[in-house]
Design a binder for this molecule. Structure first.
Ligand SMILES: Nc1ncnc2c1ncn2[C@@H]1O[C@H](COP(=O)(O)OP(=O)(O)OP(=O)(O)O)[C@@H](O)[C@H]1O
Ligand SMILES: [Mg+2]
Length: 155
């Protein structure tokens, strides 16, 4: 049923625990996973100094792409340990939109993501990226809580 699972990661602890669950599901379904990290260029552009400090924007973009490479590679290692086929995408744009577009294009049948991410304000139930994806996705979205007692989600 869930042969093509997409895991959205922003490198946060919640999203990495999410990846563990998604890989477990893919294994049960004899399917594969794609990890996606989106460099949020619009949020970056709002940082003070982004357009005025020489070299700052390039440096920041470089760091974000590096974080994306690292987060997706870590999920790749987890998938490989579990014997689950793996692909990765490091893209740039608006995270919610990019996750929705790429999942549509690749025929994803389940999206898995954390309820919160890097910002992780506990008073907010869902982060803005998670909310956007849940609102607009045409396929089921599995939202993994930031805090959970589920055994598989513990380290
Ligand atoms: N840039 C991103 N690329 C891929 N997935 C992302 C990205 N940002 C968030 N996600 C996914 O969405 C989940 C929820 O993160 P989200 O960004 O919605 O909340 P937040 O960071 O706590 O709050 P904020 O709305 O301030 O960003 C993450 O656990 C991750 O699965
Ligand atoms: Mg976020």
């Amino acid at each position: 049923m869930f042969k093509k699972i997409m895991i959205a990661t922003d490198g946060s602890e919640t999203s990495m625990r999410t990846a563990k669950l998604a890989i477990g599901l893919a294994r049960l379904a004899a399917g594969g996973v794609t990890a996606i990290y989106v460099v949020d260029i619009y949020r970056l552009a709002q940082l003070p100094g982004y357009t005025t400090l020489p070299g700052f924007s390039e440096k920041l973009m470089g760091l974000m792409f590096k974080e994306g490479e690292e987060a997706t590679s870590e999920i790749g290692e987890m998938a490989s340990d579990a014997g689950v086929p793996f692909e990765k995408i490091v893209a740039e744009g608006n995270p919610g939109e990019e996750i929705l577009r790429r999942s549509r294009e690749s025929g994803t049948d389940l999206l898995v993501m954390g309820s919160i991410g890097r910002t992780g304000l506990e008073k907010i139930m869902l982060g803005s990226v998670a909310e956007k994806v849940v609102r607009h996705s045409k396929v089921p979205v599995l939202i993994v809580p930031g805090k959970s007692d589920l055994k598989i989600l513990k380290k």
